[in-house]
Structures are given as C-alpha cells and as structure tokens.
Design a protein. Structure first.
Length: 367
C-alpha cells in the first residue's frame, strides 16, 4: 500500500486554495530539492529530486510549498494505526508505504475498507497492489496510481510484467538500467530471456527470480528486527555557527527519534549527539540515564548537557541525535497527550516552536 503523492496531497487537503493547481513540496534550505509533487505537476514533467528553479521553467504556474515534516509524520502514524486495526502483521517501509501480510480472512475486503477509511479520515488516496510476492506488489501499486487497486494472481504474473519497461522494477537503478540496455534489454520479457544466458550476472538472475516467484518467505520478510537505536540527522545547506539554532535543531531531531521510539514501544538509556564540521570532522558524545525511560524531558536534559560540551565556535555542517541502548517497554499503547505537558515544557525551555496538534495523536504498536 502506497500513499499517492503523500506530502503534496497533505498540503492540498490542508489548503483548499491549492485545489486544481500544480503543487510541489520543497525543503527549507537554500539548496533544496523537490520532495513531492501532485499529479497535476507531474504532467509537466516535474519529478522528485528536481531543483525548484528547473521545475519552475517547466511549469511557471507551479506552487511551491515548504515541507511540514512533523505534520506528515503525524498523519503517517495515524494511517499506521488504521493499518494495524485491519492487519496485525505488516512492515512500514517508509513514511508513506506499507507491506501487508494478507494471510488473514477476507484480505481483499479488509484492504478496500482500509483504503476507504484512510480517505474518509484524511481525504487522502492510496494505491494498493496485491500480488504473490513483495516485488510484484510494489510494481502493481505503482502501475495503478493514483487511487488504484490492482490484484495480480499467480497465473497473471507473466502476462502482467512481460511488456513493462525494466525501469519499473524495484532495485533497478540508473547504472543497472544502462547496463541492461547495452545488452539490448528493454522490457521485463527481454530481462527474463537475458537471465537464461550463461553470461547473465547472478544479481540479474536473482532479480528475475524474486520478480516471478509465486511465493516468498513471509516469516522472514515480516519479522520485526529489534532496533539498536533510533536516530535522526540533518545536513545543513550552509554551515551553522549560532548555538541557539543548533540547540533548536538538536531538540527537534531528538523529538523525531523519540516519536519513532515510542511508536515501536521502546525505551532508551542513552542519548548521543553527532556533530560534523570542517574544522573538527565528525565528533560524537553520549550520556546515559541510570535506567531505561521513555520520558522525553529526561532525554532533553541529557541532550542539553551534551550540547554545552560539544557545540563550540566552529561552523557545523551536520547534526544528528540518537537514542540507543533500547529495550521494549511494558506499554503497548501510548498517548502523546498524556505526556504533553512534559514535552511542551521541554520545547519551551529550548525555544522550539512545534504544533500542539502532534500531541493529540495516538501512537500504536502491534504485537
């Protein structure tokens, strides 16, 4: 299941003025790139990763919107709680994409109800691909965008994929595509024939095998791997020297890592700060609590003491915050509102402004 043009769609729902207009979401730096475009903008050839200046040349009427990643994460968490209601086993592969185990009663009906509830609650569409293996399901969801629902049965695998261009296959990057085209491989059908030759690399044979497989190791694919840490990094467009700015960014990075940690039902003992500058290279410093905790204020106090030791006069290029030495906490469900006073106090002490809307979201973890 893949949300359609997620960031851009969220902005269009929030702001009715954007309805019917080409919209692109960009970052906050001076050397930023486009991170999401709606389907109107895509018709002009605008793509993710493109420079805003180039996009404006392709579409002078393009509306550029500054990204609100906290809002996107908040909505993604809520969508995940809906997924969890219908399907106990799934993998969240990114902020807007989920792989769902359909080994359950009435899976297609459940998927359609999930799709409907997401739209009713958030006015956002998603595209769903159902297939015998994850690679094929990803392709199916991409091919039926936007707002599609595509089911590929076992007997339909070859007819569905054989005429598709090789570029649609997950894992086929630019270099691999260039190599295959030199080998006269343009379509999936060409790729299948090429994989049968003696000079085809093992990686190509494995790719074809995963694409055409009628089954896969569900237990391994959906196995929840215990995390070692939760972290977030930020590379600045221009070096930053002001300590008050660095402190605000560090607290916000801690918050993003904290959100992920409690969503997965973990606590931590150690907070680490990673700083990269031209003068000192990469420097990290850590500090630990006496026991595991999921108290955000305790983590901010640790981070504050680290900041005073690590941040100097040298301009900083990259900043990162990590919560490590983690272990599962007893609570299966956490409501951020319960700890909102502590969290808001931490932000107020740090001079960081953030929407209180985030603290009204329920964060769920499936067991």
């Amino acid at each position: 299941m893949d949300m359609d043009a997620f960031f851009a769609s969220v902005e269009c729902v929030r702001n009715p003025f954007l309805g019917g207009k080409p919209v692109a979401v960009i970052g906050w730096g001076k050397r930023t790139a486009i991170s999401s475009v709606n389907y109107i903008a895509k018709k002009f050839g605008i793509k993710t990763g493109m420079a805003p200046q180039m996009a404006k040349k392709l579409c002078p009427n393009l509306v550029l919107v500054k990204a609100d990643f906290a809002e996107y994460e908040s909505i993604s968490l809520d969508i995940e709680s809906l997924v969890c209601r219908f399907f106990p086993i799934y993998v969240r592969s990114s902020i807007d994409e989920f792989y769902i185990d359909l080994n359950i009663t009435n899976p297609i009906e459940r998927l359609r109800r999930l799709k409907q509830e997401i739209f009713q609650k958030h006015r956002l569409t998603c595209s769903i691909g159902v297939a015998p293996n994850p690679v094929l399901s990803k392709i199916a969801s991409e091919m039926c965008k936007p707002d599609g629902f595509k089911v590929v049965d076992k007997e339909q695998i070859l007819p569905f994929v054989q005429h598709l261009p090789i570029s649609v296959i997950p894992g086929v990057g630019q270099k691999t595509e260039e190599y295959l085209k030199r080998m006269k491989v343009e379509t999936v059908k060409d790729l299948i024939e090429f994989s049968k030759t003696s000079f085809a690399p093992d990686s190509i044979k494995d790719l074809v095998s995963s694409l055409l497989s009628e089954d896969f190791d569900r237990k391994e694919f959906f196995r929840r791997k215990p995390p070692k840490s939760f972290s977030h990094m930020k590379t600045f467009d221009l070096d930053v020297s002001e300590s008050y700015i660095l402190k605000q960014v560090a607290i916000y990075l801690l918050y993003r890592a904290y959100l992920r940690m409690i969503r997965e039902g973990y606590g931590a003992r150690t907070v680490s700060l990673i700083v990269k500058s031209a003068k000192s290279g990469t420097v990290s410093c850590s500090k630990s609590l006496s026991d595991w905790s999921n108290d955000f204020l305790k983590f901010t106090e640790l981070l504050d003491s680290i900041l005073s030791r690590v941040i100097g006069d040298a301009p900083v290029r990259m900043l990162g915050v990590s919560l490590s030495d983690v272990k599962p906490m007893d609570a299966v469900q956490l409501h951020l509102f319960r700890d909102s006073e502590k969290i808001m106090r931490a932000f107020q002490l740090s001079g960081v402004e953030i929407s209180s809307k985030l603290f009204m979201k329920k964060v769920s973890r499936c067991v």
